[in-house]
Design a protein around this ligand. Structure first.
Ligand SMILES: Nc1ncnc2c1ncn2[C@@H]1O[C@H](COP(=O)(O)OP(=O)(O)O)[C@@H](O)[C@H]1O
Ligand SMILES: [Mg+2]
Length: 455
C-alpha cells in the first residue's frame, strides 16, 4: 500500500517553484538594468521604447489588426475530440534593435500579413507607440522592417565629421542621411556635370564645402574654385585650389579656358597614358587627378548682359564665352575626369542655359518657391513626388535638406546634408595645401616619361 506523500514535501514543491521564478525574475531584471546602464545616455529613451514595443507587441498587434486566425484540428496529444475545430492566433514575431534615430523592428511575415498590411497599420502603430512616424519596407522575403522614428533625421542638424566619410574615394559622394537616418550617396564616378539649386540661405555653399572637405585630403583631386558671390565664403579654401577666382568674369573665363586646354590635352593622350578611353575605368590618381570645377552662384557668369555701351558688350561676350566653355566641359569632360559643379539660386533657363543644365547627370535641389524652379532643376518627374518636392522645404527647419536622385534608389530622396563649420573647412584646406598640383604640368610630365622612359 502506498503511503501518502509527506505534507512537508507537498508544501516544499510550490515554494521551490516560487523561488525559482523569483531567481529567474531577478536575473532578468539585473540583465535589463546592466544593459540600460551600459547604453549611452542619448540612446536610453530609444531602449525604453524598444522594451515597451517588445512587451506589449502581442496586444498591440491584435489591436491594429496585425493578427491572423487559423482554423485547425487539436493536436494528437490533446484530449479533445479529433473532429473538434480550434482557432489559432498567428501574430508576426518581432525582433527590436535600438538605433540613434529610434527603434528598428524586424517582423517576420505570417500568412497574409506582409509589407502591405504593415504599411496600412503604420499610422496606428505610430499612435500606439506615440511617435511621429513609422516607416515600413520589405527588408527581404519574409521580413518586414519597421523604422520607429523618435527623432526626425531630416530636421535634426548634423555636422560634418572626417570619420563619417571614412575611406570613401572620389567616385563616391556622401550626401547625408535620408528620412530614415540611412546614409545616401550620389553618383560621382563618370559624372561631368552637377547642378545644385535652391533659395538663398538654404545650404548650397555648405553642401559644396562638405564635398570639398571630403575630397581635399585626396592627392587624386585638384580643384578649380570660382565664387560668383565674391564674398568671404571661399577665402581660405582657395589655398587648396589649382585655380581660383571670385566675381571677376574675365579671370573666370581664362580659368575655364585653361581647364578646356587640359581637357583637350587629356583627350589626346588618355589612351597612351592610362591605357583606357575612360579615366573612371582605372579611377583618378595623383598623376591623373579628378579635376573638380566648383562654380558657386554660377548665374553670375552665365547671364547675358543687355545694353549697347562698350562695357555691357564686353560682359555679354564674356558670358557667352563662359557658357560655351562650361557647356563643352560638361559635354566632353566625363571620360577624362573633369567634373563641373554649378550652384545657383534658380536653375531656370534665364539663370543657367538649358543646354548646360540638361547635360548635368546629377541634380540636387534645396528649397524652391515655385514648381517651375523645381522642375527646371530636377525635371518634370518631381511633380509625381509631392512628399519629396523642394517646395515642401521652405520651412527653416529644412535648411540643409535637399531633394535629389540618389544612387541605387528609385524616384527622389530627401536628404539632410551635414553642416560644415567654416573653421573645419579652412583647417582642412590649410592642412592639404601641399597637395595642390597643376594637372597640365602633371600631364606633360607623364608624356615626357612615355617618350623618354622613367630614369
Ligand atoms: N546642412 C546644414 N545644416 C544646418 N544649417 C545649415 C546647413 N547648411 C547651411 N546651414 C545654415 O544656413 C546658412 C546659409 O547656408 P549657405 O550654405 O551659405 O546657403 P546658400 O549657399 O544656399 O545661400 C549657413 O550659414 C548655416 O547657418
Ligand atoms: Mg552660397
Amino acid at each position: 500500500m502506498m503511503s501518502p506523500p509527506d505534507p512537508r514535501l507537498t508544501m516544499l514543491i510550490p515554494a521551490a517553484v516560487l523561488a525559482l521564478a523569483a531567481v529567474v525574475g531577478l536575473v532578468w531584471l539585473a540583465g535589463h538594468l546592466v544593459r540600460y546602464a551600459r547604453t549611452p545616455r542619448p540612446l536610453r529613451p530609444m531602449l525604453r521604447r524598444a522594451w515597451r514595443i517588445t512587451y506589449t507587441w502581442k496586444c498591440t498587434a491584435r489591436r491594429v489588426g496585425l493578427v491572423q486566425t487559423e482554423r485547425s484540428r487539436p493536436p494528437w496529444w490533446s484530449n479533445r475530440p479529433a473532429t473538434a475545430v480550434i482557432l489559432r492566433e498567428l501574430i508576426p514575431a518581432i525582433r527590436v534593435a535600438v538605433e540613434p534615430w529610434g527603434v528598428r523592428v524586424d517582423a517576420s511575415t505570417v500568412g497574409r500579413l506582409g509589407v502591405e498590411e504593415f504599411q496600412n497599420a503604420a499610422s496606428h502603430l505610430a499612435d500606439v507607440w506615440r511617435v511621429g512616424q513609422v516607416r515600413v519596407e520589405q527588408a527581404r522575403p519574409g521580413l518586414v522592417r519597421l523604422r520607429v522614428l523618435i527623432t526626425d533625421p531630416l530636421t535634426s542638424h548634423t555636422q560634418w565629421t572626417e570619420d563619417a566619410t571614412g575611406s570613401a574615394g572620389p567616385g563616391l559622394w556622401l550626401a547625408g542621411v535620408d528620412a530614415d537616418g540611412q546614409p545616401v550617396t550620389i553618383r560621382s564616378s563618370g559624372v561631368s556635370g552637377v547642378v545644385v539649386a535652391g533659395l538663398a540661405g538654404y545650404g548650397k555653399t555648405s553642401f559644396l564645402n562638405a564635398r570639398f572637405c571630403q575630397l581635399a585630403p585626396s592627392p587624386a583631386v585638384q580643384f578649380v574654385l570660382i565664387d560668383g558671390k565674391g564674398g568671404p565664403d571661399y577665402g581660405d579654401l582657395f589655398t587648396r585650389a589649382w585655380l581660383s577666382a571670385k566675381d571677376d568674369p574675365q579671370l573666370v573665363r581664362d580659368h575655364l579656358a585653361r581647364v578646356r586646354e587640359l581637357m583637350t590635352a587629356r583627350q589626346c593622350s588618355i589612351r597612351a597614358v592610362l591605357g583606357v578611353k575612360n579615366m573612371w575605368h582605372v579611377g583618378p590618381s595623383g598623376n591623373w587627378p579628378l579635376v573638380v570645377v566648383v562654380i558657386d552662384e554660377a548665374h553670375t557668369f552665365l547671364n547675358e548682359t543687355r545694353g549697347t555701351d562698350a562695357d555691357s558688350k564686353r560682359l555679354d561676350a564674356l558670358a557667352r564665352e563662359t557658357a560655351r566653355l562650361v557647356e563643352e566641359l560638361i559635354r566632353k569632360g566625363r571620360n577624362v575626369g573633369i567634373q563641373v559643379i554649378l550652384a545657383t539660386q534658380k536653375a531656370t533657363g534665364d539663370a543657367i542655359p538649358t543646354k548646360i543644365r540638361d547635360n548635368c547627370q546629377v541634380a540636387v535641389s534645396f528649397a524652391q518657391r515655385t514648381s517651375e524652379a523645381a522642375t527646371a532643376v530636377l525635371g518634370s518627374d518631381i511633380s509625381g513626388f509631392p512628399d519629396e518636392h523642394p517646395r515642401r522645404l521652405q520651412d527653416p527647419a529644412y535648411v540643409g535638406v535637399a531633394s535629389m536622385v540618389a544612387e541605387g534608389r528609385a524616384g527622389f530622396t530627401l536628404v539632410r546634408t551635414p553642416y560644415v563649420p567654416d573653421a573645419v573647412a579652412d583647417r582642412i584646406a590649410g592642412q592639404t595645401t601641399h597637395l595642390v598640383r597643376d594637372p597640365l604640368a602633371l600631364l606633360s610630365a607623364e608624356a615626357e616619361v612615355m617618350t623618354h622612359g622613367r630614369s
